[in-house]
Design a protein around this ligand. Sequence first.
Ligand code: CAA
Ligand code: FAD
Length: 379
Amino acid sequence: MNFQLTEEHLAVQEAAREFAQSELLPGVIDRDSEAKFPHEQIKKMGDLGFLGMMVDPKYNGGGMDTISYVIAMEELSKIDASASVSMSVNNSLVCWGLEKYGSEEQKQKYLTRLATGEILGAFCLSEPEAGSDATSQRTSAEWNGDHYVLNGTKNWITNGSTASVYLVIAQTDASKGHKGISVFLVEKGWEGFVIGKKEDKLGIRGSDTHSLMFTDVKVPAENRIGEEGFGFTFAMETLNGGRIGIAAQALGIASGAYELALAYSKERKAFGKPISQHQAIQFKLADMATQIEAARLLVYKAAWLKDQGEDYAHASAMAKLYASEVAMNVTVEAVQVHGGYGYVKEYHVERLMRDAKITQIYEGTSEIQRIVISRGILK
Ligand code: CAA
Ligand code: FAD
């Protein structure tokens, strides 16, 4: 067993850290206040290869392992979780699913541009009546002899207005339940495809979360990924990897808040000494550091299993469950360490606390991760 990062991993970490400080930090408070999507920053992330890190170089990707990806996710999420969720969706939901299960034509047409960030992708599973209960898909794709006709509404879609291509999960044969669900590549601008209003959120306010409406949208047969009925398996397998990305995001939010709290505790004086000299603060820092280290080990283990080609469904659920709970605990404590200053925007920790909450909800709530984990234990 080796707990050391390789030279390549350290180089990715350094590049991501430098990018986060120089490009994401400036303006992050304003983008949060104004709920402004980080367009310029995402463009630069694409130029630097952060949007298709694990994609094979023959499709313009970085050809890197999952460990590199989680390292970069952690560093970027320390500063701007709105930017990192776009990165996570593009890398581990859209590019991964397309590379693993798409046809060569689909990869040439879409993946080559998604991997560079020339275009962004979105992953559309959730609906108004189907969030955790994802098999209850109402969106339908009916075959009319020449093409599919897509009807329905998707909710809460990340990159909802900024994406150019959408992986849409839809029912093609309701009589077969989840085995009658399929997945399609749908392009922005197709007739009948309308993007709803942007959601006004508690956290990750820069991220563009939208509902999407499909009314009689024509989808060509060549835009179906895999066979009819493969869509739910596609979604679940894709989410197994996506959850590693969100776990890394949660880890980054936690470690960003911890680093700020640690530095602040050495500067702020109360009762004649730095607050870091008070045992109550020391114990908070000790708990934060321990929880973060444990979360990092779970995240790296899940990424490592994926890289080894082993089953990682339960490891990714454990990593997401634990890291997201750590993100919430640590950010609340980081605000506490900052006292009143933690409650205002200038000190960043209140934003990290608001951003942390979503990691317990999307890509499967903490309750759903516990279902996935317990089914694995009990089967
Ligand atoms: N990996 C692989 N296959 C899985 C799986 C997993 N993690 N979880 C379930 N499956 C398979 C099951 O094996 C089963 O297949 P078979 O019938 O062929 O055996 C099939 O899926 C149905 O599973 P269940 O019978 O367990 O169905 P269920 O309805 O009882 O539970 C669920 C399914 C696990 C709760 C699932 O609906 C789920 O994961 N829900 C959460 C949805 C979710 O994570 N949404 C995220 C949306 S994307 C997003 O959020 C992006 C973002 O924010 C940035
Ligand atoms: P519900 O499923 O209604 O759950 C409500 C509560 O009940 C939760 O606490 C849940 O854990 C609990 N619950 C439900 N069922 C059970 C059960 N069986 N046992 C115990 N507890 C249960 N989706 C996408 O498809 N693509 C995206 O890009 C995307 N991005 C998102 C971005 C944001 C900012 C948000 C808020 C959501 C996003 N989602 C996206 C949707 C997200 O995945 C869902 O919100 C999530 O899966 C929960 O679904 P729900 O909101 O319908 O809650």
